[in-house]
Design a protein around this ligand. Structure first.
Ligand SMILES: *[C@@H]1O[C@H](CO)[C@@H](O)[C@H](O)[C@H]1NC(C)=O
Ligand SMILES: *[C@@H]1O[C@H](CO)[C@@H](O)[C@H](O)[C@H]1NC(C)=O
Ligand SMILES: *[C@@H]1O[C@H](CO)[C@@H](O)[C@H](O)[C@H]1NC(C)=O
Length: 203
């Protein structure tokens, strides 16, 4: 009723309120970088395509309509810049009730999608059934993320020594977890400039 009166008698006030409301909505959506929001949804989609079932409990906060992706589960942003800084995909299968029928189906993750997150400092891909064939060639793309300091690849059994050349290009890394993978032998420390902590092979 209040609104009806306003629009009837003081149309300018009504329009002012409308404009104000639109600005508020714009600002809320503006809190999360659109390019990053789209990339997150693409990553979610690629996982859904792979398993193609039982998706109700899978990243339920990651939705396509509006909203601030900085508020989504497993995502952290820098409060000042609004850019995504931390992403955790830790054991995504666990969210859809991991079971035997999934077997060792590998996730053909498009590594280039992470290049949309220019401020990314930490990426957790632990226990995600990553595909060695993709990782050994694509992982080096992450080298253009100059702020990437933490990379967790632990628990990906398909990954072996073939990823080492690609890893060598990730010079901003400070923490690299390769435990519970199929890497073996000694970790070649030559050429791995800024890696301070490497967790290896406690299989
Ligand atoms: C957020 O980004 C600003 C600008 O790049 C930076 O100065 C600040 O340290 C960042 N905050 C955190 C918590 O990383
Ligand atoms: C992988 O992601 C990049 C960056 O978003 C995109 O340009 C490319 O088309 C994607 N590749 C595939 C095979 O989907
Ligand atoms: C990755 O996520 C798991 C589960 O939250 C956590 O235990 C692990 O420490 C994370 N890895 C890193 C390097 O922070």
């Amino acid at each position: 009723m209040e609104c009806w009166c306003l629009s009837k008698r003081k149309p300018w006030l009504y329009w002012l309120l409308m404009i104000h409301t639109h600005m508020v909505v714009w600002k809320i959506q503006g809190d999360c970088i659109e390019e990053e929001r789209k990339a997150l949804l693409e990553i979610k989609d690629s996982f859904i395509k792979l398993y193609n079932s039982k998706m109700d409990n899978f990243l339920p906060t990651w939705v396509d309509y509006g909203g601030d992706c900085c508020e989504w589960e497993r995502v952290n942003c820098n409060a000042t810049t609004g850019h995504v800084t931390d992403l955790s995909f830790y054991y995504l299968r666990g969210m859809i009730g991991d079971n035997m029928e999934f077997g060792s189906k590998l996730w053909p993750l498009n590594v280039s999608l992470f290049l949309h997150f220019k401020e990314l400092t930490s990426l957790n891909l632990s226990y995600d059934y990553l595909d060695e064939e993709i990782m050994k060639t694509e992982l080096e793309r992450l080298s253009s993320l100059k702020k990437l300091e933490v990379l967790d690849l632990s628990g990906n059994r398909d990954i072996d020594n073939d990823i080492l050349p690609s890893l060598k290009t990730l010079t901003s890394l400070k923490v690299l977890d390769l435990s519970h993978t199929s890497l073996n032998g000694n970790f070649p420390t030559n050429g791995y400039k800024c890696i301070f902590f490497v967790f290896l092979f406690p299989n």
